[in-house]
Design a protein around this ligand. Structure first.
Ligand code: F0G
Length: 357
């Protein structure tokens, strides 16, 4: 048996690396594909729903797949510093892989609008953390401009190596299911990940490893849903801060994915996103961050309304770990679940008997 050393080593033949490329890896990839047992029963529909739990990557999100490639290539090309704008997960991954490589990471994050765990990661991994008085889209614009004037490599998903790394999630799914699913649902922000998955599925189809590719379905938060509006959104707002994006960087590519795959875009309210996050945790034991729940929430709605027919095999990507955003989790559960009691046997017993009913 061979030690697992990350997705580049695992998928060398499909990735732009050489035999002697120094791989910057933290063992990312090979995340669990969990079949939901309780939710299909609860909604009374005969569908196979799997969640790809990307929150179990080394820094807790799918960004590690792209970052191992982007940083590996940056180092190979002699770069000493990387930079990104981020709603929190890209910056966590950039910071970690830069630390691993021994180079500097500069991260631009929207002040007050990233989840606590993600902020902790950027700081702990030692990135130069620049909070901007502005949103992600403004940060992205600044990053593009400054990279023209300073010796830094952009590691946002406009860096083509990012999508190359991220496409490997589709490879893993095909290998595990023995075929492509009928539908693949993802939360959409910049639309890099939906584009990367489509690359992965179509490459495996061309290589004869699967003989179909799924319909790709992208779900956005209603306050940050440019694909639903058909136009950029200037002041995006949503509780799902990871996808609080109004000017998607992969706009054109994602429309091609939608057309080629026969999929669609839709939007969810913040309440639907939070309800799905909680239901998934409390009925299946899987804790994802709010943005991630958009994929499953949208899929459940489209199964209920028949847009996704019974008998379908569906994969929903859970892009990030629930531990990233403890504040949002606690805020929505506190009232219903937490009680403060005296440190007395009688009080504990009373609570058990009352809550068992
Ligand atoms: N889900 C999570 C948890 C994310 O962090 C992101 C993007 C997405 C979904 C959307 O993916 O942009 O490829 O469509 N986060 C970026 C960041 C913007 O900075 O961490 P996308």
């Amino acid at each position: 048996s061979k030690r697992y050393t990350g997705l580049i080593d695992n998928y060398r033949d499909y990735l732009p690396v050489h035999d002697d490329t120094r791989l910057i890896s933290l063992g990312e990839g090979k995340t669990p594909l969990i079949r939901l047992n309780n939710i299909p029963r609860l909604i009374g529909k005969d569908v196979d729903i799997y969640v790809k739990y990307e929150g179990l990557n080394p820094t807790g999100s799918f960004k590690d797949r792209g970052m191992t490639m982007a940083v590996t290539k940056a180092v190979e090309e002699g770069s000493k510093a990387i930079i990104c704008a981020s709603t929190g997960n890209t910056s966590a991954a950039a910071a970690a892989y830069a630390a691993r490589a021994g180079i500097t990471a500069f991260v631009l994050i929207p002040e007050g609008k990233i989840a606590m765990g993600k902020l902790a990661q950027a700081m702990m991994y030692g990135a130069v953390t620049l909070q901007i008085r502005g949103n992600f889209d403004e940060g992205m614009q600044l990053v593009k401009e400054v990279a023209e004037e300073a010796p830094v490599t952009i590691v946002n998903s406009i860096n083509p190596y990012r999508l190359q790394g991220q496409k490997t999630a589709a490879f893993e799914i095909v290998e595990e299911l023995g075929a492509a699913p009928d539908y693949h649902c993802l939360p959409v922000g910049n639309a890099g990940n939906i584009t990367a998955h489509w690359m992965g599925y179509t490459e495996y189809q061309k290589a004869g490893i699967c003989n179909s590719a799924p319909k790709m379905v992208g779900y956005q938060a209603a306050g940050a849903a440019p694909f639903m509006r058909g136009a950029m959104v200037d002041k995006p707002e949503t509780v799902a801060t990871a996808i609080r994006i109004g000017h998607p960087q992969s706009w054109d590519k994602a429309w091609v994915v939608q057309k080629e795959s026969g999929g669609w875009f839709d939007e969810l309210s913040d309440q639907e996103i939070l309800d799905t996050q909680r239901m998934l945790a409390q009925t299946e034991g899987v804790f994802c961050e709010p943005a991630s729940a958009a994929s499953l929430g949208g899929a459940i709605r489209d199964v209920k309304n028949g847009k996704i027919p019974e008998g379908s095999k569906i994969v929903c990507t859970l892009t990030g770990n629930g531990l990233k955003d403890p504040d949002t989790a606690i805020a929505q559960c506190q009232a219903s679940i937490m009680e403060t009691i005296d440190a007395k046997l009688a009080s504990v017993k009373e609570s058990i008997l009352r809550n068992m009913q």
